[in-house]
Design a protein around this ligand. Structure first.
Ligand SMILES: Nc1ncnc2c1ncn2[C@@H]1O[C@H](COP(=O)(O)OP(=O)(O)OP(=O)(O)O)[C@@H](O)[C@H]1O
Length: 249
């Protein structure tokens, strides 16, 4: 029997992140005016749209950085579904630390720490012992081409190397979904292409999921799906996944 689109037993079985009716306002500004989005495990989703269309607000709502005014966001972790919109501030912070990965253009790494300490930090915060945390972080740094640079501080590394540390840091806890906001925006074209390749390989290359805000059509072209926003609404989706509220209850 063919399942209807939207049935849990059908095409949505591996939905990892489901957002329905997301509204977010800042005072009189409606940043998101009712966004529905379902993302499957293994997808790489480029979120595009003009400046001010709501891309970063959507990324922050999906990842629990911001709490939406209305709507439901469900993340399917390795331990089962979590209703992100119903979590308190502390629980959202913990979810972000333990289940999600973040690669932003800048600002998430600590300049006073070494590459290794930065990459190991999420594990240390999750209570993993220093020796194991550093061993796992070293594995990621080596995998990302940074062998021998573990002891360097950020100011002693190139922009591309710094973003590779950010990728290592985002993956050490085996993030279910990784969120990136213009992760290659400050890099030249060649380095951008290489860092994007590393990010894709580290996430969707391992069956995980990547949601990435970008202004760059070349970056979007390497993702499996492009969602375009305008005025806080999804105006196009190259691979729509229809969801109903019942699917994510
Ligand atoms: N903290 C805030 N306070 C007030 N208004 C905000 C705030 N953050 C965003 N906005 C407004 O919400 C709307 C959506 O902003 P958002 O940053 O999500 O857009 P964006 O598509 O990511 O833009 P850009 O491409 O310029 O980064 C814009 O009108 C913006 O001015």
């Amino acid at each position: 029997m063919r399942h209807r689109a939207g049935s849990l037993g059908g095409m949505n079985q591996n939905t990892v992140l489901a957002a329905t009716g997301i509204v977010k306002t800042y005072g009189p500004t409606v940043a998101l005016g009712g966004v529905d989005l379902g993302i499957r495990a293994g997808e790489s989703v480029a979120v595009m749209g003009p400046s001010g269309s709501g891309k970063t607000t959507l990324l922050h709502c999906l990842s629990g950085i911001l709490s939406p005014d209305q709507g439901r966001i469900t993340l399917t972790t390795d331990h089962g579904p979590v209703h992100v919109d119903r979590l308190g501030t502390e629980e959202r912070a913990r979810l972000r630390r333990e289940q999600l990965g973040f690669v932003f253009q800048q600002g998430l790494l600590l300049p006073e720490l070494t590459a290794l300490e930065n990459a190991a930090l999420p594990l240390m915060l999750a209570g993993v012992g220093r020796r194991e945390a550093e061993a796992r972080a070293t594995g990621w740094l080596v995998h990302l081409g940074l062998a021998g640079l573990e002891g360097r501080r950020l100011g002693e590394m190139s922009g591309g190397q710094v973003q590779r540390i950010a990728i290592a840091r985002s993956q050490v806890t085996n993030a279910v979904v990784t969120f990136a906001d213009e992760p290659t925006g400050a890099l030249d074209q060649q380095t951008s292409s290489e860092v994007l390749g590393a990010l894709l390989e580290a996430t969707v290359g391992r069956g995980r999921t990547l949601v990435m805000v970008t202004h760059d059509e070349h970056v979007a072209a390497r993702c499996s799906r492009t969602v375009r926003l305008q005025d806080g609404q999804v105006i196009s989706d190259s691979q729509p996944l229809h969801l109903t509220l019942g699917d994510v209850a």
